[in-house]
Design a protein around this ligand. Structure first.
Ligand code: OVV
Length: 412
């Protein structure tokens, strides 16, 4: 047998590590991951998934431990299944996501400054007005007899308006960002049919994405241009600037689209919780946070060990891939009382939906703003969100994504 084609499935399980024989990338797992997540947590703090020859963490304690030891559990060898020490990345590595200190520190500082609480103060009024006007338009369309899809007409539309506006991307062909995000997040998983299909769809879009990383296509003063200003100031080279803009276009849309989509679905499925939000709009932020815990947009990220190490009693050799199940940590009964209950009164501080540690989501203040203002705009004008058809998931190797959610919005 040619060892180059030896599948990881044949890798012998390491001694003393509990084996959990699941395929986290098959349709059944991705359609409803929560029972398998429980199985992974129950087996131990660190387990072995033979189908891919990888270690896995699904408990809150172990996911947190991995994220908070960035020197042992590195990102530079990729945060998906592929080990960049052994294979070439399919695209030039992200300067922030797939990097370790000290280079990560430099990129992070620039993005953190651009996506700061001060920025949120500046964009809040616009983001709020856009959410309110979108909800108003949806109610008018519904009045005119149209059926509203809370995914196609709301959770995809809103981030595609406000975020590229803020980055400084022009209006035309923004749906390309959804195709690109879908492919990027599939690419953190195995090279399965799901990835192949999304890669074929994205082929004509890649040139558009790369063009919109260039300064001449970015509005002066937008987030994208601010990256180039950091290059002007000598913080990064001008060669690095487009790659850092690419991170906005990769990570900034599909994540919030699905964060908002999942939150609306939670509200539709839990009318008692939505009623509480309608009675007290200050619950919008905690409600969005609880939705992130309950249905985490990003389900998994990987790390790679930089040395032989021990993790909660399990020995892991150098250059091993470890998958962390953020979504499983967020429903760990060791961490959360009654974790499978969606409860907007919960204050789920410490959830893993944005990760944790030096790689914790750098855009989280903007993501939270989007979630908050959309939920507030709904609560102001809509007293009930009724599902009028079964919501459809869009299976993705990494994202908990939605394809469609037909709804009736009952006006206040
Ligand atoms: C968090 C995230 C997801 C996808 C892509 C990137 C970051 C990036 O930096 O390109």
């Amino acid at each position: 047998m040619n060892t180059a084609t030896l599948s990881p499935a044949t890798a012998a399980p390491p001694a003393g590590v509990p084996v959990v024989d699941v395929d986290p990338y098959c349709d059944a797992f991705l359609s409803d991951p929560y029972e398998a997540h429980r199985q992974l947590r129950e087996a131990g703090p660190v387990v072995w998934i033979p189908a891919y020859g990888i270690y896995a963490c699904a408990r809150h304690e172990s996911v947190h431990a991995v994220f908070n030891d960035h020197a042992t559990f590195i990102s530079g060898a990729g945060v998906g299944l592929a080990n960049f020490n052994q294979e070439t990345p399919f695209r030039p590595k992200s300067l922030i996501l797939e990097a370790d200190p000290p280079s990560h520190t430099k990129a992070r500082a620039i993005l953190a400054r651009i996506l700061s609480p001060k920025t949120v103060m500046q964009i809040r009024a616009t983001f709020t007005a856009e959410a309110e006007s979108l909800v108003e338009r949806l109610l008018a369309r519904q009045m005119a007899g149209e059926t509203i899809d809370a995914v196609k007409d709301l959770s995809e539309v809103y981030p595609l308006k406000v975020f590229p506006d803020a980055v400084g991307v022009g209006d035309a062909n923004r749906e390309n960002l959804l195709l690109y995000g879908n492919m990027i997040f599939n690419a953190f998983g195995p090279r399965n049919e799901r990835l192949q299909k999304s890669a074929e769809l994205v082929q004509p879009v890649t040139a558009w994405i790369m063009a919109h990383c260039q300064r001449e296509n970015l509005r002066p003063g937008g987030f994208g241009d601010l990256i180039y200003q950091a290059a002007d100031a000598g913080e990064i080279t001008h060669d690095e600037a487009p790659l850092l803009v690419r991170s906005f276009l990769s990570a900034g849309v599909d994540t919030t689209v699905n964060g908002i989509g999942n939150a609306i679905l939670c509200m539709a499925n839990h009318p008692d919780q939505y009623a509480q939000l309608c009675a007290d709009h200050s619950l919008a932020r905690p409600a969005f946070e609880e939705a992130l815990r309950f249905e985490s947009s990003v389900q998994t990220f990987f790390r790679t060990t930089s040395k032989d190490t021990g993790l909660l009693g399990v020995q892991i050799p150098k250059d091993s891939k470890i998958v962390t199940f953020l979504a499983a940590a967020n429903r760990d009964e060791r961490q959360w009382p009654d974790p499978d209950r969606f409860d907007i009164q919960r204050r789920p501080a410490g959830h893993m939906a944005f990760g944790s540690g030096i790689h914790g989501c750098v855009g989280q203040v903007v993501a939270r703003l989007e979630g908050e203002v959309v939920l507030t705009a709904l609560a102001k004008r809509v007293s009930r969100i009724e599902l009028i058809g079964a919501p459809q998931r869009r299976l993705n190797n990494t994202l908990r994504a939605l394809a469609s959610m037909p709804v009736r919005l009952i006006p206040v």
